[in-house]
Every structure is written in C-alpha cells, then in structure tokens.
Design a protein around this ligand. Structure first.
Ligand SMILES: [Zn+2]
Length: 224
C-alpha cells in the first residue's frame, strides 16, 4: 500500500489533542491505522499536545508550524510514547482496520461479500455506520468499477478514506489508504477506476448537493 494523500496537519493535530468529533476521529484513526506516516504524526502531535496544549490558541495553524514542531521533537525522542499500531484485520481483499472494523462488524470476522451492503442505485451500495455523534454521518461506500459518483457539492466538509480499489477526482488519483478532505468550496465527480470496485469510508457533516435533478429527487430516500 503506497499512500499519497495524508491527513492534513491541522486535522491530525486536532485529533491528537482530542478536539475532533467521533465521526471525524473515526476517519482519521482508521487512516492512521493504515498509514505509518500519520501514525507517527499522531504520536508526535500527542507529545506536543502534552507539552504545549496550554499554549495552543484556537486559531488556524500557520503554514509550516506543524513541521517546525515535528523537527524539534525529532531531536528529543524521550518525548515520544512507544509506537503501537492498531490491529489490522483483512476481510476478503479489503483491509478493515480498527476502529472502523468494530463499528462495522463488532467481534465477528466476516468476508467482504458478507457485509450488509444496502443498494444506493446505479450499482452503488453503502453501509451506514451508527455513531453517537449526530453532527455528521459516516458510511462505507462501494462504487462500481468505472462508474462515477453523481456530480455534487457539499454543504460542509467531507472526509473520504479509500480501503480498496481507487478513484480519480479531476487530475488526482486516490488509491488504497489515501485520505481526501473536501469542503463546501468543491464541486466534484469522483469516478472509480475501471477494473475494480472502489470501497471507501465517507464522513460528511452536511447533506451533499447533487447537480443532477434525478439524484436530487432520490436523495431524501438515501440519506446522503
Ligand atoms: Zn497518512
């Protein structure tokens, strides 16, 4: 697994200091379970948080500030807790790491084909994920090979983590383990690659805004 797209510094820091909601944390933690780069970033950010949390002001981080602090931490290993990657389970060809696995399966180990997929239409399926957090919705999405998701904008933010297959979004390619962050400024039409269904975790904090009137018509029935 070669991961090209990682969690942003700001999101990673907020995760580490515990200010993310359950739904956002689910996406970040599941990516970190697959990604040694972000796992290391979380450990360092947690260490930073322990040292600097009282000094963190609630404003956006300056560009480069996160890397500057990481560089400082690299010189003092005593600040870092031991690395302990999350356990990873594989069902079929789909890596299903914690904490996503427990949200989906409980303690049962089942195959990908046995997952309780629900039809979304146009060949797509999803599995809504139950959260205590009502500020966002999370779902496992399965987009059929070669097919697009209908063009849509966002009323808020969307986090997408690819677990299997891949999709193109404009000129960008998102493969297994890749993490995409979008906000209300983006209108896009991601398309699954031709030879494999794309399975991803998607978290949104507002309903999508579809360009296609048919998609808008069925949207209330799909809760997307
Ligand atoms: Zn990463």
């Amino acid at each position: 697994m070669t991961i090209q797209h990682h969690v942003s510094d700001e999101l990673l820091m907020n995760y580490a200091i515990g200010t993310l909601s359950e739904s956002w944390s689910l996406a970040v933690a599941t990516h970190a379970a697959l990604c040694p780069v972000c796992r290391d970033g979380v450990l360092k950010a947690e260490a930073m948080g322990g040292v600097f949390v009282d000094e963190i002001a609630p404003v956006p981080m300056a560009e480069g500030a996160f890397n500057d602090l990481l560089a400082r931490l690299d010189t003092d290993d005593t600040l870092l807790p031991p690395t302990k990657p999350n356990a990873m389970f594989v069902t079929g060809n789909v890596p299903l790491p914690e904490p996503l696995r427990s949200y989906l399966l409980g303690d049962d180990v089942i195959q990908c084909t046995d997952l309780p997929w629900q039809r979304l239409g146009l060949g797509a399926y999803h599995i809504p994920i139950t959260l205590s957090d009502r500020s966002a919705t999370a779902r496992l999405l399965r987009i059929p090979a070669g097919r697009p998701v209908a063009e849509h904008g966002h009323g808020g933010s969307e986090l997408t983590l690819v677990l299997a297959g891949a999709f193109h979004d404009g000129s960008s390619y998102f493969g297994p383990g890749d993490f995409q962050e979008t906000d209300e400024t983006l209108v896009h039409k991601p398309r699954a690659i031709a030879d494999e269904d794309c399975i991803c975790l998607a978290v949104t904090d507002a309903p999508l805004s579809f360009s296609n009137p048919i998609a808008r018509l069925i949207q209330p029935f799909l809760n997307v």
